[in-house]
Ligand binder design. Sequence first.
Ligand code: GLU
Length: 493
Amino acid sequence: MDDRRVRVRFAPSPTGALHVGSARTALFNWLFARHTGGVFVLRIEDTDALRSTESSAEGILQGLRWLGLDWDEGPGAGGDYGPYYQRQRLELYREFARRLEERGRAYRCYCTPEELDARRQQMMAEGKGSKYDRRCLHLTGAERRRFEDEGRPYVLRFLCQDEGETVVHDLIRGDVRFPNQVLDDFVIVRSDGMPTYNFAAVVDDHLMAITHVIRGEDHLSNTPKQIQVYQALDLPVPQFAHIPMILGPDRSKLSKRHGAKFIMEFAEEGYLPEAMVNYLALLGWAYDDSQEIFEIPGELIEKFSLEGISKNPAIFDVQKLEWMNGVYIRKLDPAELARRALPTMQKAGLLPQEVSDALMERYRAVVKAVQERVKTLGEIVDRTRYFFAEEITWDPKAVKKFLHREYVPALFERLIMELSPLEPFTAAAIEPVFDRIVEESGLSRGDVMQPVRVAVTGGTVSPGMYETLELLGRARTCQRLRTVLERLRRGEL
Ligand code: GLU
């Protein structure tokens, strides 16, 4: 490696929101920049007029911000190598296209799509492959003039080196050799004047002084084309690192059906950005085989290296991500977890916009009580609904199993009587009440507790019984027991 300061870039085409694959590419670039004290550049490749919109770039920025991947240069950050939107760089591509034409390494092609198609089909039929036949490279002066006079639209094609081979010295995969005869004279400027990816990326990576191009392996076949463009322009070639693809557990291309959502969808479901970053880092990279959880971001930055990146495809396993999120949730201080889950709770209507100090205190205690069991912030909503909702519903299966027992009405009557005046209404004070009932009734502890649990929470799962009752508070506890009693009497439950 030379001793220039590392400059890497993440160069998304803004075709929508940030997805798992691009987030992982961004993360590896960011980690490499932070590890080496280099610069992380964000460049928006928006020359594909049809697919790019400003708001889709915004979606990508939002995903990066949520993950905490800050960029040193790019939209909103400025920098000396801008502009960072390709559409604002068209002049620069024109200049480099002109240079290539001057050097005889690019030529105008006037063939229409229909002509190209017809000839391609014929060539295929004759077993001659499907490469461009270079007809326009060999136009006579008169033919060219005629096309110009007709005002025929043209594209600019790169004249590929078609003998020998182009070698990609890949930092992960080693030398990857491409026989030049497989390369086609690809289009570098379209008829509307827009540069294509393989050309614009080279111009930008050069002008932005990019030292390392770290991107998905799906781009490996583009790299020999790009190397030829560097060579044709006598530009230094950056280093390349092609990172392995991410597949679903069935080893097919990653998709929604494997649970791979957009990054902001994970955010909405209550994944923590640090868990997401940790999980993404392990998609194709490892420090050693045993370490899975890292301090985010410090330890990850310190331990990250290109050497740790695998050649083999990574498998996206949504269950592992969920597990990891649970690990990060348990690592949080309960007050912090409560703070993070607050918007989710408010959105679900369980907490008001303005939370009083008393309610906040109770909310924190509730979060603490469920913290061990939840894997996402969204799950906090599901598991704590009965603590905050006025009305609850009862799971019919649990009702049938635990509330239709003949001793239940008497049990609830007695509990209401004993709990109503209990002072203070704490787990420590509630426990002896249950102890006495168990002792005097001859029922097992489970037979006493499960019906109570179902009555006050609606289901069979909750934190410890006494703690749950304390957190519910006296009024709610007694009121739910009463409501269930009445409904049972009226045959409504
Ligand atoms: N715009 C390209 C993409 O999103 C960039 C690829 C590259 O990093 O060169 O796939």
